[in-house]
Design a protein around this ligand. Structure first.
Ligand code: ADP
Ligand code: ADP
Length: 224
């Protein structure tokens, strides 16, 4: 739940930029919410606040009624995959599990299972540079989901891909999400992508970032 969230940046000479102004909405269990808006509307700012990577100027983020602390487990998929280049695909996916203290044997099994789910069986021992852009994003998605997060955050995960790969990945993401139904907050500047994937689309205005519209998408996923 984002409750009256605002963010104002101040530079050294005292100039202020209102990046987000009074943002209120929530993401329900098993819901996929997409945030869309033009460049500069505050999408990245919003994600970084929800991820706990930066602070709001005013307002709060709640998880299950609790003020955000370090308690929720959040899986993040970045625009640029942000994989460790010196680690194999398998080790990249295991990384998050290592951070939360999962033992070697279970790590290996769970990472393999997720790599299979995203269609990368057989690529476990490759390195990121040996994979295509689309495949690297699939690794990023597996790495975020393998930790069974309370919330999945995706920051323009398809935007760096070329158009054809993007459409294929969009379809894969739709099917994958149907099988996990993981509470998701997805940021994109691409309205088609938002409508194709989400249950609800939150539209932000350019400056300051305000919610101008919340659009429910009533097309069943099976029909998309
Ligand atoms: P988006 O992700 O939608 O492109 P951002 O969240 O990156 O938007 O930026 C929202 C607004 O806040 C923009 O006007 C941007 O210039 C400003 N902004 C973002 N980060 C900073 C920062 N660290 N310092 C000052 N202004 C910033
Ligand atoms: P381990 O398998 O022991 O966990 P990591 O792969 O996490 O090892 O690497 C340990 C540290 O070494 C990393 O935190 C990173 O800072 C650094 N490192 C290792 N290889 C590279 C590399 N190719 N480029 C940049 N940093 C590296």
């Amino acid at each position: 739940v984002l409750d009256h969230l605002s963010k104002t940046y101040r530079d050294k000479s005292g100039n202020e930029t209102v990046a987000l102004d009074d943002i209120n909405f929530s993401v329900n269990e098993e819901e996929f919410v997409a945030i869309v808006g033009p460049s500069g509307c505050g999408k990245s700012t919003l994600l970084s606040i929800v991820a706990g990577l930066s602070d709001a100027t005013t307002g709060s983020v709640y998880f299950d009624g609790v003020l955000e602390g370090r308690s929720p487990r959040i899986g993040i998929v970045f625009q640029e995959h942000a994989l460790f280049p010196w680690r194999t695909i398998q080790k990249n996916v295991e990384f998050g599990l290592e951070q939360i203290g999962i033992g070697k044997k279970e790590r290996t099994a769970r990472a393999r299972e997720w790599l299979r789910k995203v269609g990368l069986q057989g690529f476990e021992d490759k390195y990121p540079h040996q994979l295509s852009g689309g495949m690297r994003q699939r690794v990023g998605i597996a790495r975020a989901l393998v930790i069974e997060p309370d919330l999945l955050l995706m920051d323009e995960p398809l935007s760096a891909l070329d158009a054809q790969v993007r459409l294929i990945m969009q379809d894969e993401l739709l099917r994958l999400w149907q099988s996990v139904r993981q509470k998701t907050l997805y940021v994109t500047h691409n309205i088609d992508e938002a409508v194709a994937l989400a249950d609800r689309v939150v539209v932000l205005s350019r400056r300051p970032g305000r919610i101008v519209k919340v659009i429910p998408i009533d097309i069943p996923r099976e029909a998309r």
